[in-house]
Design a protein around this ligand. Sequence first.
Ligand SMILES: NC(=O)c1ccc[n+]([C@@H]2O[C@H](COP(=O)([O-])OP(=O)(O)OC[C@H]3O[C@@H](n4cnc5c(N)ncnc54)[C@H](OP(=O)(O)O)[C@@H]3O)[C@@H](O)[C@H]2O)c1
Length: 257
Amino acid sequence: MTMTHRFTGRTALVTGAGSGIGRAVALAFAAEGANVVVAGRRREPLDETVALIEEAGGKALAVTADVTSAAGLGSLVTAAVDRFGSLDVAVNNAGVLEGAGQPVADVAEDAWRRMLDINVTGVLLALRAEVRQMRSQPRGGTIVNISSNLGAHGRRPGVTAYAATKAAVSALTRGAALDHIADGVRINSVSPGPVGAPMSLRPGETEAGRAERMRTEAPLGRVSTVEEVAAAVLYLASDDAASAVGTDLVVDGGATA
Ligand SMILES: NC(=O)c1ccc[n+]([C@@H]2O[C@H](COP(=O)([O-])OP(=O)(O)OC[C@H]3O[C@@H](n4cnc5c(N)ncnc54)[C@H](OP(=O)(O)O)[C@@H]3O)[C@@H](O)[C@H]2O)c1
């Protein structure tokens, strides 16, 4: 448990915060003093994240929102500001992986379009809504996008469609960072590798099977924990990273070193 409180009095928004990395990021911000707004499509997992934060003495608000909807994202940012007074940090974490294991010749068009819509359009529209709010505030804001080591860094067959969407997230991060640093909005990304969450399980694989595969496949010998990914996100969002602009921090146990 960290003893630092880098986000006291700040408001942090996390998309996809009802599970996995997003929930861990939301809990970590709350533990460091932030008021946290947790977003996703389903209400119940968001309420669970809020309950976990409140049990630990933190403050949080659940807002259902689909990142593919510009109107939904606008309402989400408004809800954060109405409740907590500002939007200081945003983490664009919502993302999906479909069709793992399929080569390009077998990619389903609807899966490709869903991934483009959520992973790419969702990040662009979220950035747009967040920057519009942050640049109107005297102290600006910081944004961290969750990309993947499979995008700009990895070379793995069978995940090409997903990898293309994540390469786009890394490009969006660099471009948006350059577009808006002069507005006082600092934007970076974290590119996790396999994390101890369902997305890194191969089709039909158990957690024990994944652990065994990681022992030989991963340089570090294991998956990253969601807390390790959250720590990287908090670093980039914090004043400790004040001169990190448009960087993509790979946290993948050496998989793409
Ligand atoms: N796990 C890994 O090994 C790994 C590795 C590298 C990168 N990543 C990236 O890390 C991020 C989080 O992944 P995870 O492993 O934590 O997956 P996860 O547990 O499936 O979490 C994804 C979250 O996003 C939400 N979401 C999905 N579509 C959404 C939409 N259209 N609008 C709003 N929220 C939406 C989901 O909630 P609802 O369904 O309720 O909306 C869910 O809570 C993703 O961007 C993923 O690509 C994961």
